[in-house]
Write a protein that binds this ligand. Structure first.
Ligand SMILES: Cc1ncc(C[n+]2csc(CCOP(=O)(O)OP(=O)(O)O)c2C)c(N)n1
Ligand SMILES: [Mg+2]
Length: 338
């Protein structure tokens, strides 16, 4: 049983006001799309429509949603782990193309060759989902180097888990980023577990950003990853620092409701612990807040649900109907075609 150290409190009403109604509703819709897309993907996996691994982001939606809202696709970069469905959807890749990739179809995001862990989009600045723990951190650092070298004004967001911070790639990247003053943002999504190992059993300190950033002379930010307003506000502040040429280390105190991947018996934590965090559901919290402040009513909330479900159903139908990759695909896109 683990307890999440308390992140700093924020003034939710003030952040909501700054965000404005239209944006708040859009972000709620985006979080819902991520949740429903993954719930449906989980069902398709159970039905053996999806092969390989499937790592769901359910519970963590407020983190990527709050951060990616501040990016300009085409100028900024984002990179993440194998838990990459949310980032791809939030950067604007169509649900159809992503679901079809999970189904291994030729109409998928990387033509059925990557599956769940390897979404990618040059146009959107998504430098990939990555299966090697911590492997994406140097890639994100490279994105920041590119932005600085080309003088684009862009920033590069590297998302990774608590289990990646003991890796060498993390330490080498942070050292280089601050030495070269790269516009890099490193976001630890501390969901408290790396597979079945609790964070306190793999990390010597628990406030991961606050205590690891000083080792590289970097500023740090910590926020409640189950709170969209905290996520969005921290992102706004941290990205401004990075755009000005000072890399930062950030920790989201979050939680995953599902197993590490869909095949996880969950023997390392209790049902009571999971239920305690489910009571803090980031989507339901925002929805309740928007209903309470009058920016949303029940009919509009129901309509939003219906619309999102329709988008997900359409993505599944498209995936079912799409063809398998033909044999001729086998050797295409393996090397760059120049
Ligand atoms: C270098 C490496 N070591 C081990 C693994 C096996 N592995 C896959 S996910 C994972 C746990 C990572 O946990 P964390 O970084 O906290 O991310 P989370 O899954 O919680 O999002 C491990 C050990 C791997 N993929 N790569
Ligand atoms: Mg983790």
């Amino acid at each position: 049983m683990t307890d999440r150290p308390a992140p700093p409190a924020i003034d939710a009403a003030a952040v909501r006001q700054e965000m404005g109604r239209e944006r708040a509703l859009r972000l709620l819709r985006q979080m819902l799309l991520v949740r429903r897309f993954e719930e449906r993907a989980g069902q398709a996996y159970e039905a053996k429509k999806i092969a390989g691994f499937l790592h769901l982001y359910i519970g963590q939606e407020a983190v990527a949603t709050g951060w990616l809202d501040h990016l300009t696709p085409g100028r900024d970069f984002a990179v993440t782990s194998y838990r990459c469905h949310a980032q791809a959807l939030l950067l604007g890749l169509p649900a159809r193309e992503l679901m079809a990739e999970l189904f291994g179809k030729v109409s998928g995001n990387v033509r059925g060759k990557g599956g769940s862990m390897h979404f990618f989009s040059k146009e959107k600045g998504l430098l990939g989902g990555h299966g090697i723990v911590g492997g994406q951190i140097p890639v994100g650092t490279g994105g920041a180097f590119t932005a600085k070298y080309l003088g684009t004004g862009g920033v590069s967001l590297s998302f990774f888990g608590d289990g990646a911070t003991p890796q060498g790639t993390f330490h080498e990247s942070l050292n280089m980023a601050n030495l070269w003053k790269l516009p890099a943002i490193y976001i630890i999504e501390n969901n408290q577990y790396g597979m079945g190992t609790a964070c306190h059993r793999s990390n010597a300190v628990q406030d991961l950003a606050q205590l690891k950033a000083p080792g590289y002379g970097m500023p740090s930010f910590t926020f409640d990853g189950l709170d969209l307003y905290a996520s969005w506000k921290t992102a706004q502040q941290a990205i401004a620092v990075a755009r000005a040429g000072q890399p930062v280390l950030v920790e989201a105190k979050t939680y995953r409701y599902r197993g590490h991947s869909v095949s996880d018996a969950g023997l390392y934590r209790t049902k009571e612990e999971v239920d305690r965090y489910k009571a803090l559901d980031p989507i339901e919290r925002v929805r309740a807040d928007l209903l309470a402040c009058g920016w949303l009513d029940q009919a509009a909330s129901d309509a939003m649900e219906d619309e999102v479900m329709q988008e997900v159903r359409d993505a599944v139908a498209f995936s079912e109907e799409s063809p398998e990759p033909p044999m001729s695909e086998l050797t295409r896109h393996v090397y760059a075609e120049v």
